[in-house]
Design a protein. Sequence first.
Length: 563
Amino acid sequence: MSDFTIIPSRLQFKSAPSIDQQVNLELSQTQEELTQFVRNTSLNLSQLYDDERQTCEVFRPTFKLQYLYDNTLTGTTEYIPFLNNLYYVNPEQSSVSSVWRGYPQYYEFDFFRPRITDYHFDYSPESAYTYNWTYYLTYPSTNDGNVTMQGTYSGQTIQWNAEEGIPFIISSSSEGGFNIISFQCLMSHGLVPFESVELSFDYDGDTIFEVLSLGNDRYESSDFVFNIINPGYTGNTFFNGRMGTFKRVSNPSNLETRSKYYVRKNRVLFTQNEVDVTKTGFELNPFNNQKKLEFSSITPNQQTRVSMKTSSNTYDVTLKKELILSGITDNRNRPVGEIFLSVVNKGYTGYFNKSFNGVGLKRGWGFNLTKDVSTWWSDNNQYSFTNIPVNSYTKTSGTTETFYYNQVLKVGDLLDGDFCEWNDYEQVERVISPLIHKIKFNQDVFKTESTPNPNAMGYYYVPHVPLTLRVFSDYVETAPQNNSENIPSYAFYSTIDQEFRWREPYLYGEFDNLDRGVNYPYLNRAHYPYRDYVFRLIPEGTNYQDILGGLNIATQPAVDDCE
């Protein structure tokens, strides 16, 4: 039907003349015929798969934990459920003296706590993995430079705030015929020769000095010692034994290259309610279970049983729901490139974590682990308190005791993290020293010390297990000030160079010449990142510097040609 009505000119009004008329019609079409063979157009399935993979921000991570620990501390107790279930030491002598000494059994340390009929508390099989430990999925969220730290070197103790940099102690020496000043650090300094350092004190107004060399005559000292040349400095600025802090400066003519230092804070994404912990079906760690038969004649309750001191279990930790990272940025305002499985001791049975000012679990960093117990871990040191509150309950069996355990955190809560260095100009973050937690026995219920000691021996562990989701490139992208197109929000603007600086994350499946990158399986519109990790519970007195790096196996499931 036409949308136009044509009225002849002679009918427009009375006595209107007849004139020629013209109507302009627009030729338009609202339908289109299907072109032959359009439905047979070929699609590049490989490109389509890669496009979906690169834009996907859904992850289903898996952590495999090979749990290694050594149950080394013995003690005594008068609380009956504990007394009747120890792994006894010298039970023949104990049966005469009636003072039973031994180790807590393996299930006080393990991730999985089986049903034990010790009548200490009501056991629920559904909670088997939540009695001893809690598990969180976290990501680096914020930075805190105002964290008080403390370290000891050669009998001297230094205390500083994280933002002040890395501590050192000075000693004079010589190298290649030159007099040098040697700076021995409490942790890895991250320097290379001919970079510079900004010291916490000055010499005649100068605070920045060039690094001449690394290391001294000790084996593998280059990561912990740097040297500057001594052209003949006078006075008492660089005297032997002086302690201070430094910041790395890669280019002294551009102070934008001066590093920043802070403690990274991890924010909880998922709590233990969203985490599944399962024993691996047929895999154990290389160390045998240590067990023995306790005869009824030499047990306090005259019952025969099998005691087990250690276990060799391996565990898988997965999420019950998908991890979606869209809209989440890390502590440097970048796309999240790393997540953590954060394992925190809960100790519900009450062997550990006696409350002191409302806190039971202690925190420190790798440099606080020394062969002798550092005073840092003392109950009286408020700077080593965690932010994890404790709860308690009371039981009576032989004696009346109060048992403490660490409470479960909520989504959004913050956990202390690693001590880190960041350089705006280089756009690189480096972990200087990992976070450490320490658990100590509650001396009221299990006495490991002959006299009360606020700095009792215990066990240490690294709570944060990292998993890399994406890797940032090994080169810095730049763009001039007047060209802000496609510049990410986390880019650093250099006022010296008048340009933006940032690093792009590599594509999934992309690797650089240093073999850095990730290539996790991508199925069902989700990434499946994987981490195989050795989780250690470190007993007091271990040579920590040899094992802190840990046996961290970076293997991952194979990716075939279809993925």
